[in-house]
Design a protein around this ligand. Sequence first.
Ligand SMILES: [Mg+2]
Length: 467
Amino acid sequence: MKGTESSATPARIAAVDTYDIRFPTSRELDGSDAMNPDPDYSAAYVVLRTTEGGHEGHGFAFTIGRGNDVQVAAIDALRAYVVGRPVAELCADPGSLYHALIGDSQLRWLGPEKGVMHMAIGAVVNAVWDLAAKREGKPLWRFLADADPAWLVSQVDFRYLTDALTPDEALELLRRGGRGADDRAAELLRRGYPAYTTSPGWLGYSDEKLTRLAEQAVAEGFTQIKLKVGADLEDDIRRCRAAREAVGPDFRMALDANQRWGVDEAVAWTRALAEFDPYWIEEPTSPDDILGHAAVRRGVHPVKVATGEHVHNRVVFKQLLQAGAIDVLQLDSARVAGVNENLAVLLLAAKFGVPVCPHAGGVGLCELVQHLSMFDYVALTGTTEDRVIEYVDHLHQHFLDPVVIADGHYRPPAAPGFSAAMKQASIDTYTYPHGTFWAADAAQAAATAGTGTTAAGAPGQDTEVPV
Ligand SMILES: [Mg+2]
């Protein structure tokens, strides 16, 4: 399709290609927590191809294995809305596609604005922002920071929000936030954006590995680590003690229960770990339980309450803020409906004065979300105080523009776009079930089971991506 139209014909979206990409992370217990003991980190990956060739738009939804095919099918269901759209119009107003997708009169029954369908919309909308930033030749954080505040406000859906945040208030926040942006962009380029690391704290790791990785985090310049908790209290006490001894008394140590508890249990369990001076307790209970989070917050003070990676949409974030239920807002780049909805969430957090410390890790979530925090610093809240982006050192090697961490800080991306593009070799290897890794794995399993099939001749036996 590339190059088939004359230059006089406006370029259009030619294809929406999707891929079910899964990494076998469960075999090393990377990413294990109290609710998700064996995740295979996965991406329902989408590529927008255009009739002009050259730039493509890349996006994805993150899942943890089974169900990634369902997530891909949800993205496929959006294809008819995207193919044929003029590229320049789409990139000038990504909100037009966002509105069309969340407003589909039949698909919205599957939500509305939550779950698999909403995450699919997020993948597609983020791919449009990637394409738009590439066409401007800017990394997304700078594309957003340079944008006219009135245009940014036009990209936000204020339906259900105006009791907490009006368009005029949003415009004022952005206008005020833009003052001094050049100086902050220079500071960002010099210093980077603060990160914290979850790598030491996965529940499946031994105490020795936990201690080693916690000490390493301090040595590498991080100022905060995070431990998974919630499976067994005695284990948590032992692991928190080991981690606190490893990092010392003045180092921030957050805890993450991944929705394991009811409200009363969350309060009791967090108090039982209070002697280790946790900085925040993350996802103490159901992500839908707004009043429950508020009760936990009252019950565990001065430990902070953080949540957001499973919050469906801007409306739930609004209520968490209105209810005084959280101290730290953990937006996720790929859970809600893309940059448009995350602009709303950033503006809400700014209005309520609650710091945003995004969820990341998984597959490519660090790559995406760094752009949102950097925009927030440069052109909205103007501060990194009490703000850190989660960092997990997994799977970055599969991306064309992987995150760069130096001295505990994210380096600002320089390449145009949203840093979402994966390497073709990684796609070819880890596409499920016919990519070379999974085909070989299935052949090996069949041989082991003695069903007469052997792995002989099957390509790619090792678990390392050959790139
Ligand atoms: Mg978490």
